[in-house]
Design a protein around this ligand. Sequence first.
Ligand SMILES: [Zn+2]
Length: 356
Amino acid sequence: MHDWAYFEEHFPMVLHALKRAKKAGTLSHAYLIVSTNADFRREFPLLLSCLAVCSSPAEDGAPCGKCVNCTKVLEDLYPDSHTLAPTSKAREIVIGKDAEDIDTLRWFEAQFHLSASGASGWKIGIVQEADTMNESAQNAFLKTLEEPPGKCLFLLTTGRASRLLPTVRSRCQILYLTDNKCEYDFPRWGDVPGILAELVAPCRQEERLVKAYDGAESLIGIASSLYQAASDEAQKEWESRLEQAQDLESAGKKLLEKRLEGATGSRYRRSREQFMSLIHTWCALLALRASGIPPEALPNREIAENMGDLPEKVGEKRAFKILDHAGVLLSSLRVNVNDELALRAFCLNASLKSGM
Ligand SMILES: [Zn+2]
């Protein structure tokens, strides 16, 4: 598990603000932790719980991680902490019938009305993957978020903040743990940010279709150059072995050709993955900038350098919708959908639908 120091190193601004709130006694009663990293979503609520309940915090407010309270939290033994998570079958959090209906919102809320709070005085409620609460569960939870029973700390996590009702989001303080750091060294990667900026820039209604078309053509052009580049690289690396193979009998030649094919394939898959991640990362940066995160707090900020005032122009709501579309693109390509179709769908969605 990543510890407090790890998060402090990677998300200094977020943790600085939290420590300051702890020292000033102004911790919010509800935080929404937004991260595309599933480990962070699982781990950070525990560290945030430590921050609240630690009995011997450091001078700057950071939790010690060693006192009785911290230990209990980290070992998942803290008596006044309850976790609600989507059940494995439906991957959904529902309201439920009553307090006896385990793993439902009613059950979860009842824990805070029933149990008396212990030594630290805090009752902690963690809602993992809060976006899997269906709409009625979210609406029901609103009241608790508005008027928490006693000294409660609610910690919600999500990878897709835009799936939460705006009313739920607005009642939480949002913490962005953005770990989008991606690697890219495929041919023409430098063209991608410019193409995306052009694609999502606000424009007149009648120009949008043209933009979607142009954007798709450019991205497809890059995507299709990846295979050729991978093939060229593999050929080059295998050059001498192929030359020697001239003297081999046909079975030996065939085997070599097969291996070359394999080398080309794995290179291609790697650069294709990088290409898609770069699109997703750029969209994540756009959304984070639009939601007011300063550029210096962002990973991979080099690809967001030329965004200018685009994030403000696009706006937070639309930027997060675009990010959702990029997420769909990323996941659809992992299941081997036709690249060209997936890119066209993304461009249409990013320039048209999400603009409305
Ligand atoms: Zn402690």
